[in-house]
Design a binder for this molecule. Structure first.
Ligand SMILES: Cc1ncc(COP(=O)(O)O)c(C=O)c1O
Length: 373
């Protein structure tokens, strides 16, 4: 039987192949490969899409985070509050600018940072909060923004996994001082290589980001500050402009697939907890992640049946070797630690078929039936 992968980028490419080929060919014919028309038009389109004033294209989602931190003058001696339940890029960049990540545990239902636990971690060194909108779902932004206002903190939203997601009718990424996106190929809006973007409402931040991404220059060979070489390239921007036109349709298809999974899981409620969606959120299901009993055995069983699944993330960041110096102990972030043992992401992409979804959940049911014997 044909295997089912976690995502299938080929299916998506085939559905838009002529438009993609045309857009790449136009760039090749024009011969401008760095910071051309496609990058500036794509920046305008993303800013409009997110409801922010400005957007700056950079080389990756990781760079989007690092440049945002730098643009907001966060560095040595500063603390940045974030979640331990995220991809390492979030904290890697905090450390790269010389600041210290301070972890706050997650909410057990959404897997996003728990705003109720943030205030007790704020002190004189705290400069920013970096919420991460995980799996395609916005964090609870109202209490986060309230705390930021109360303590004069910057907010950088890591929106790498959640382009198009909404909270109370506003796009994730548009609440804070900066919102960052990744166009890594697997993302809901994925390039055919690396790429990233920062959105902001703040002209000063926007101007600094543009200088930072081009070696600290406003005018060529006039270096104002120590910068980076971090630009979204023109071919990727051209590809992403085509794909942006389909993003809402694709995100809707992901939601339809998620709803169908939810129906299929009705009889497995004792063994599997389906994703939780607060009323005020529009989820975009970058990942469809369940909590499953006997998770590791289930994942191995599915693999043997030709069905991919993945664990995002098996070790929360506060327990990673690289952060030993931060001195977090096992048990200090109990919700994240528990999640890392229970969660399992199932195949999810717009083109996933109902037949495939039924096969996946049937095999999950088979696993639990056999395990109960
Ligand atoms: C939460 C999160 N932050 C940051 C990144 C980094 O993005 P990129 O791979 O484009 O550098 C990712 C990408 O996987 C991510 O999932």
């Amino acid at each position: 039987m044909k295997s089912i992968s976690l995502l299938d980028l080929k299916k998506q490419y085939l559905s838009i192949k002529p438009e993609i080929k045309k857009s790449i060919d136009e760039v090749l014919t024009k011969g401008r490969f760095v910071l051309g028309d496609n990058v500036s038009k794509f920046e305008e389109e993303i800013a409009r899409y997110c409801g922010t004033k400005y957007a700056v294209g950079v080389a990756s989602g990781t760079d989007a985070l690092e440049l945002s931190l730098a643009a907001l003058d966060i560095g040595r001696g500063d603390e940045v509050i974030t979640t331990p339940y995220t991809f390492v890029a979030t904290t890697e960049t905090i450390c790269k600018v010389g600041a210290r990540p301070v972890f706050v545990d997650i909410d057990a239902k959404t897997f996003n940072i728990d705003p109720r636990k943030i205030e007790r971690k704020i002190n004189k060194k705290t400069k920013a909060i970096m919420p991460v909108h995980l799996y395609g779902q916005s964090c609870d932004m109202a209490p986060i923004m309230k705390l930021a206002g109360k303590y004069d903190l910057r907010v950088i939203e890591d929106t790498a996994q959640s382009i198009g997601a909404e909270y109370k009718g506003k796009k994730a990424g548009s609440f804070g001082d900066a919102g960052t996106f990744s166009f890594f190929p697997s993302k809901n809006l994925g390039a055919y290589g690396d790429g990233g973007m920062i959105v902001t409402k703040n002209k000063k931040v926007y101007d600094k980001l543009r200088i930072l991404r081009s070696h600290g220059c406003q005018k060529k060979y006039h270096h104002l500050i120590n910068g980076y070489n971090s630009r979204l390239d023109e071919i990727q921007a051209a590809i992403l402009r085509v794909k942006l036109r389909y993003l809402d349709k694709w995100n809707d298809a992901r939601n339809i697939n998620a709803d169908y999974y939810n129906v299929l899981f009705k009889d497995l409620a004792k063994q599997c907890v389906i994703p939780f969606k607060p009323k005020e959120n529009k989820h975009v299901f970058y990942l469809y992640t369940i909590k499953a009993s006997s998770r590791d055995k289930l994942s191995a069983y599915l693999k043997a049946k030709g069905i991919s699944s993945a664990i995002y993330y098996p070790i929360p960041l506060h327990l990673q070797e690289v952060y030993k110096n931060l001195k977090y102990k096992k048990g200090s972030m109990p919700v994240s630690e528990k999640a890392s043992k229970d969660i399992l992401s199932l195949p999810m992409y717009p083109e996933l078929t109902k037949i495939e979804q039924r096969r996946i959940v049937t095999e999950i049911a088979n696993f639990y039936r056999k395990a109960a014997k």
